[in-house]
Design a protein around this ligand. Sequence first.
Ligand code: XMP
Ligand code: MG
Length: 188
Amino acid sequence: QSRLPGKFSEIGGMYPAHLLISQDELTAMVQRLGKQITEDYCGKQILLVSILKGSFIFCSDLVRAIDLPTTVEFMACSSYGGGTSSSGKVKIIKDLDCDIKDKHVILVEDIVDTGLTLSKLKEVLSLRHPASLKICTAFDKPVKRKVELHPEYVGIEVPDEFIIGYGLDYQNYYRNLSEIYAARPVEN
Ligand code: XMP
Ligand code: MG
């Protein structure tokens, strides 16, 4: 079995083993979500809150697929440490530096897994009285859910695999893969 060099290289004993979602599927997914959001918020201005770091590529595609007056802000939180399973502890590392009061806010996330990150963020942000607050996630892993959370906009449901690419990382690498892969341990 040949291991590819460059951005497909092994990192920390893991590698992109199996193509799960192609670039064409990602493009179609983003266009569909952008169109849906454009229709749902017709006549309004919206604020996308990109949850760093994983959603930066998805958000950059999504914002261009939305035909509305739109602003983008960033927030960062952590729940995973460096590994492939959720620690359950959600920490805000970088808060918003704008006021969201009376704004139509959409939280843009890479993937919803246990749901702990977004339920915590929703709780924190709703205390700031936005006009509305919804969630748009590129990927959803519903089998791993630990809290009840139903994102209003879901791109693609994924199986119980650790996925990388299109902004999603393993140990901060692989975000620059253009498709989604299942990360698996290398066999020696
Ligand atoms: P929770 O469990 O709080 O987790 O819904 C959401 C965050 O966990 C990360 N996550 C992943 N990152 N591949 C990744 O690269 C995955 O398969 C995966 N599952 C969860 C992600 O950062 C997300 O924001
Ligand atoms: Mg991550």
